[in-house]
Design a protein around this ligand. Structure first.
Ligand SMILES: CN(C)C(=N)NCCC[C@H](N)C(=O)O
Length: 285
């Protein structure tokens, strides 16, 4: 009788081979970071902030980007603007076109001009000072097909039309309903901007927006309560590496299963201001 070899069944790969593309980021060191007011539920001025630790954690993130081959530009922080470290809020840049920010809260208003000044000084030819309130990449996320746009807590719905007209990209408005997830990038991250691959936390969105996300992104990775509360959706992907808060442990395995390489980052000190990896990172596309 012949020997029957068990067939070796190659599992078809569920996801394409990932590759990183070099990125250019704008960051702002937290030298003047502090929690001196409350404009989101994470901020408690009674809790002390260790600025030296915040700087060390921030430098670790910056150096991680550089070691992965990305370019990091630095914005000079201003005294009296303790939230400037959250540089993603300062503008949205797509195809070299810059839509500046207009902040919802008086405490952050002055940051907008610092960003506009930086873009003008660095040769970006098309820089728009916005008419409507938008907090940069806090509420705008760029996928291959859309500009996803959050609203409900910060960005004015009118900013969505302004962005669509300026970038010439279809804007998809999404309603945020949980004050802990007050910016889109606290509840949704783009994993692959060439294929519309995202991860998100469904309860942060209204029922209708959840349905829209389910229809348009049926293969998205969805996060649970604990990972969302650890700011796990506030991650940055270069197409292969996904830098995200190290406490969002439940996301690491699902990301690996999809072929990504999660990189855990400790920004616990900056979390006291209500931000993490993505908030500190503005992408200059
Ligand atoms: C995703 N991004 C950019 C953010 N979520 N930004 C954090 C902003 C934190 C600041 N204290 C504020 O409440 O505006």
């Amino acid at each position: 009788m012949g020997i029957i070899c068990p067939a070796v069944r190659e599992e078809p790969s569920l996801h394409p081979l990932r590759s990183a593309t070099p990125r250019r980021y704008l960051m702002c060191p937290p030298e003047h970071f502090g929690v001196t007011y409350t404009i989101n539920p994470w901020m408690d001025p009674a809790k002390p902030v260790d600025v030296a630790l915040a700087v060390a954690q921030w430098e670790d993130l910056r150096d991680r980007y550089r070691s992965l081959g990305h370019t990091v530009e630095e914005l000079v922080p201003r005294h009296g603007l303790p939230d400037m470290v959250f540089a993603a809020n300062g503008a949205t840049v797509v195809d070299g076109r810059v839509l500046g920010a207009r902040f919802a809260h008086r405490e952050r208003e002055a940051e907008a001009a610092v960003h506009l000044e930086w873009f003008r000084a660095h040769g970006f030819p098309s820089v728009r000072e916005p008419v409507h309130i938008n907090e940069g990449e806090g509420d705008f996320a760029v996928t291959a097909s859309y500009l996803l746009a959050g609203r409900g807590f910060r960005a004015s719905p009118l900013s969505h039309g302004e962005a669509q007209e300026f970038f010439g990209r279809p804007v998809l408005g999404l309603d945020l309903v949980d004050p802990r997830y007050y910016h889109l990038d606290t509840a949704l991250a783009v994993l692959d901007d060439t294929t519309d691959e995202i991860m998100y936390y469904p309860p942060a969105f209204s029922p209708g927006s959840r349905e829209v996300l389910r229809r348009l992104f049926p293969d998205a990775l969805t996060a649970g309560d604990e990972d969302a509360a650890a700011f796990g959706l506030n991650g940055v992907s270069d197409g292969l590496h996904v830098l995200l808060p190290q406490a969002a442990t439940g996301l690491f395995e699902p990301l690996r299963d999809r072929g990504f390489e999660p990189v855990g980052i400790d920004l616990s000190e900056l979390l006291k201001g209500g931000g993490s990896v993505k908030c500190c990172t503005q992408e200059l596309r």
